[in-house]
Design a protein around this ligand. Sequence first.
Ligand code: 13P
Length: 342
Amino acid sequence: MAIQTTTLEETARALVAPGKGILAADESSGTIKKRFDSIGVESTEESRRAYRDLLFTTEGAEDFVSGVILYDETIRQSSEDGTPFPKLLESKGVIPGIKVDMGAKDLANAPGEKVTEGLDGLRERLAEYHDLGARFAKWRAVIDIGPDIPSYTCIRVNTHALARYAALCQAAQIVPIVEPEVLMDGDHDIDRCYKVTELVLKTQFEELYFQRVALEGMVLKPNMVISGKKIKKPAGVEEVAEKTVRLLKNCVPGAVPGIAFLSGGQSDEEATAHLDAMNKIGHLPWRLTFSYGRALQHAPQTAWKGRAENVGAAQRAFSHRAKMNGLAAIGQWKADLEKKAA
Ligand code: 13P
C-alpha cells in the first residue's frame, strides 16, 4: 500500500500547531517507579493508572497539549469512568501517541555506550497500536558525551535504527517522532554539545534520506544545545537559544513541519525559558515546541504525592506548566507569569 503522506503530514502539523506541544507520559514501569519513589508513592498498575488519569482529565490542558505519548500499559488502561485513555484523549482533540522502542541496551564493542532496541516485530506492534488509536509514535536513542565518547559507531547504529523505525511507522500510517537524544549529564561545555549534536543530526538526516522517510510526515525531538549538568558555569538562556537555533538551521531541512524538544533534566522554568527565547528569535522554517516529560510532570507529581485530596492541586500545577510552555511555543512567555502563579 502506498504511504498516504497527506494524513501523516496533517497529523505531524497538528502535533506542532501554534501554541501547543506534546506531553511525554510514556515512562516505562521502571522509570515511573523512580519518579514515584521520589514522592513516596508505591508504583502499582492502579497508582500508575490513577496518576495518568489525573493528567489526562485536567480541564483545559488540551488548549496547550496537542498529543500525549503513552506507554504500552497506559494505552490499554482506562479513565475512572471506564473510557479507554486513547478515546478520552481523542474526545478532547488530543492525539494519542505511543512509545515503541524497547529501551537502550549496552552496545557491543563500544564501552559505556548504548543502542536502542525494538525493531524486531515492530511492524506487527505498530499495526496493533494503530488499532488501539495511536497516530504517532516515539523512539528514543541516547548518545552520551564523555572523554572518548560518543563513537561514530554509536551515532551510526542509533540513527540507522531510528530511520528504520521511522520508515516502518510511516508504512503503518503513524507519524514517527525521531528522538536522537544527546544527554546533558556530563561536565562538558555548550560548544562540545553543539559539535556532538551537529554530527548526530547530520547523520540522522542522511539515514532518513537513505531510508526514504517522508520528512513532511515526521517530527524531530532533539536535545537543546546546552552545557553539561555538572559544569560550574553553564551557558545562559540567550546563548542556549542562539546556538540551538543556529545548529538546527544548519542540520534540519525546512520540509520537517516541527521540532519538539525533550527537557532532558532541565528545571521546569529553564525548559520553558529556553523554548521561549528560541521562538522570540523568530524567522524559523519549522515550528519549535515542546515534548516534555519531566519539565511538565515534576510540578504535578510533587503536588499529588499519591493522595486523592491533592488531585485538584496537581491538576492546577500541570495546567500551569502546560500553559507556560504553550506560551513559550509562540514566544509569548514572561518570567512574571511564573511569579504570579506562585
Ligand atoms: P524529558 O522531557 O523528561 O527529557 O522526557 C522527554 C522524553 O520523552 C524522553 O524520551
